[in-house]
Write a protein that binds this ligand. Sequence first.
Ligand SMILES: Nc1ncnc2c1ncn2[C@@H]1O[C@H](COP(=O)(O)OP(=O)(O)OP(=O)(O)O)[C@@H](O)[C@H]1O
Ligand SMILES: [Mg+2]
Length: 265
Amino acid sequence: MTCATPPVSGQPVLKLLNVESSYGPIRAIRGVSLQVRSGEIATVLGSNGAGKSTILKTISGILDPRKGSIGFKGRDITARDPAYIVQQGLSHVPEGREVFPLLSVRNNLLMGAYTRKDRDGVARDMEGVYGYFPILRERALQDAGLLSGGQQQMLAISRALMASPDLILLDEPSLGLSPKLTREIFEIVVRINRERGTTILLVEQNANMALNASDYGYVLENGRIVMEDTCARLREKDDIKEFYLGMKETGVRGERRWKKKKTWR
Ligand SMILES: Nc1ncnc2c1ncn2[C@@H]1O[C@H](COP(=O)(O)OP(=O)(O)OP(=O)(O)O)[C@@H](O)[C@H]1O
Ligand SMILES: [Mg+2]
């Protein structure tokens, strides 16, 4: 799995401008401006509590922003109803998967397609997701609550695909998964992007996986975007290597790197 080159040059499908969101008195994100271009995988990196999930919840309409605007495919979707936003072609895979545990795997998938009228298309997409994740076909009639964590993540991604979206918001697909399963899931995410042309906005703490899979990246700290660049360039930045990729280098004078201050503030 490698970073896509040359850089993606599609038109922006998602644009956030100066978005601010709060939970009561707690301001979680502020001044967030970002864009995702058609056909790319974009990522937002950040540690616990940085505001990654808040960005996705604000885009998908679960949380109304206090300030700013969100545009999707040229249409303003700021603070619109989540069902309307799904209908526009934007699906959200929330943190912690959230499958319907008492419904079968197959019915979970059909829930993802509930707004669609094209039965043939739904059947075709069902075959498509079984192609990506064959285990879901094997478990199609079993309750989703009986799947393992990794299988539930596969189901959550597949359910989003069943809406036939143009853009998928993916919240920490690596959460709680083994490195091997994380790699497998990321490989499929990249395949979905390449084969179906689905644009993806991925938020992750696992910077290594996210930077390898994505084209363009934003770094979020304390609710603010502090850096953005192509993932190829982000991977080469000392601050990213040190603070997100966990690589330690001894400086020329053997300086103690942990004392070094980040330079982006
Ligand atoms: N429902 C809520 N009520 C109050 N505060 C919240 C709520 N959800 C999140 N927060 C706060 O908002 C800030 C951003 O949280 P958010 O969940 O967006 O972070 P995150 O980057 O997704 O973190 P993680 O990697 O742990 O999932 C944190 O300070 C968090 O405590
Ligand atoms: Mg989160």
